[in-house]
Design a protein around this ligand. Structure first.
Ligand code: HEM
Ligand SMILES: *[C@@H]1O[C@H](CO)[C@@H](O)[C@H](O)[C@H]1NC(C)=O
Ligand SMILES: *[C@@H]1O[C@H](CO)[C@@H](O)[C@H](O)[C@H]1NC(C)=O
Ligand SMILES: *[C@@H]1O[C@H](CO)[C@@H](O)[C@H](O)[C@H]1NC(C)=O
Length: 323
């Protein structure tokens, strides 16, 4: 009996220790809602598709939402919580050129609550929506693992943990490594910049008064730099001006990698990966072989979706508020 008990205690301690060491890595499952909400995938994809037809900015916004959610407190829908009188939430933190299209998630969630109440977590809705926008804009399809729970904490101050667009290669690699993501994931996931747009504020420092020696970033193609210089003002960049992140910004393809090889990466962080030996060959491979990029992107999105997953949270009824 004593031996039995000590075995149980030992085993429990082992599980607790594993959780402590490896984080709360939930066993996410592709079939998680098969019995409880078989329509979940369909409801989300239809909502996302409809919203994207009305507003072509939606795909890029939802893809970026997933990245920001997973990089702060793990993929727990902390990005969806609204600020309250006592707490300024993530979505209201700097940079104020922040994630949008929350209404699409609200829409999908409202339909899910009708079809299968209190079942599908907001964190899973973001993960499925991010996959849907990639597939619908011409990118790969993958099976989204589900079973995430929603967190109960969202703090504006946490957004300082997002990588800013001027990190060097070491810093960029480190911020991914901090989430258990390797160099391959860094290069593949950066390919998300095949979709969407940046405001001037995120890259203007590369084209006006870059350094005491160089007016523009010497790693940027000179024509591209002078084009961006005209688009963005030297000092006041709070408006809507900006630049598409690659030349086919509403199509998910590998053009982003060809652009950075040509010195036309919009962010310093995009360009820096081409100038570093650890990441350069992967960029060349993805630029040559779109199928390779698609496979690595899908695999990396699954890994991103595993970051800091919450098993003990709740399924929010409304994604903007905890229950
Ligand atoms: C590697 C580090 C990354 C940095 C430094 C970075 C930085 C940025 C910045 C500064 C913007 C422009 C924001 C604006 O001015 O409106 C942006 C846009 C975007 N980012 Fe990233 N990002 C990174 C990685 C990622 C990843 C991993 C994803 C998704 C998997 C992603 C998806 C996007 C998308 C889709 C947009 C366009 C958003 C839109 O059009 O509304 N980014 N990123
Ligand atoms: C489609 O999207 C538009 C714009 O967001 C919205 O007004 C409309 O209700 C949506 N239709 C469906 C069937 O979801
Ligand atoms: C350019 O940057 C330097 C500091 O690096 C600053 O002293 C100078 O005022 C800036 N010039 C303009 C025109 O913004
Ligand atoms: C961000 O917000 C601050 C304070 O509200 C403002 O001073 C700044 O100009 C804003 N930046 C951008 C890029 O909108």
């Amino acid at each position: 009996m004593a031996a039995q008990n000590s075995k149980i205690i030992f085993f429990s301690a082992f599980i607790l220790l594993s959780v402590a060491v490896f984080g709360s890595q939930a066993a996410l499952d592709n079939h998680y809602y098969d019995q409880t909400c078989p329509q979940a995938e369909y409801i989300i994809s239809q909502t996302v598709l409809n919203a994207s037809i009305y507003d072509p900015k939606v795909p890029a916004r939802l893809l970026r939402m997933f990245f920001h959610d997973c990089f702060i407190r793990g993929c727990d829908a902390s990005i969806l919580l609204d600020s309250t009188p006592g707490n300024k939430a993530e979505k209201d933190g700097p940079p104020n050129i922040s994630v949008r299209a929350f209404y699409v998630i609200d829409d999908a969630k409202a339909k899910l609550e009708k079809a299968c109440p209190h079942t599908v977590s907001c964190a899973d809705v973001i993960a499925m929506a991010a996959r849907d926008v990639v597939t619908m804009t011409g990118g790969p399809y993958w099976k989204v693992l589900k079973g995430r729970k929603d967190g109960r904490l969202s703090k504006a101050s946490d957004t300082t943990n997002l990588p800013p667009p001027f990190l060097n290669a070491d810093q960029l690699i480190q911020t991914f490594a901090n989430r258990g993501l390797g160099i391959k994931e860094l290069v593949a996931l950066s390919g998300a910049h095949t979709l969407g747009f940046s405001h001037c504020a995120s890259f203007v420092a590369r084209v006006h008064n870059f350094s005491t020696i160089h007016e523009t970033d010497p790693s940027m193609n000179a024509e591209f730099a002078s084009m961006l210089k005209k688009k963005c003002s030297r000092s006041n960049n709070n408006g809507d001006a900006g630049q598409f992140l690659d030349s086919t910004a509403s199509r998910f393809d590998n053009d982003y990698y060809r652009q950075i090889i040509a010195g036309k990466g919009v962010f310093g962080t995009d360009q820096v990966m081409y100038n570093d030996q650890r990441t350069r060959s992967m960029i060349e491979a993805f630029a040559k072989d779109q199928n390779l990029f698609f496979r690595e992107f899908a695999a990396s999105m699954i890994k991103l979706g595993n970051v800091g997953v919450n098993e003990v949270g709740e399924v929010r009824l409304n994604c903007r508020r905890m229950n």
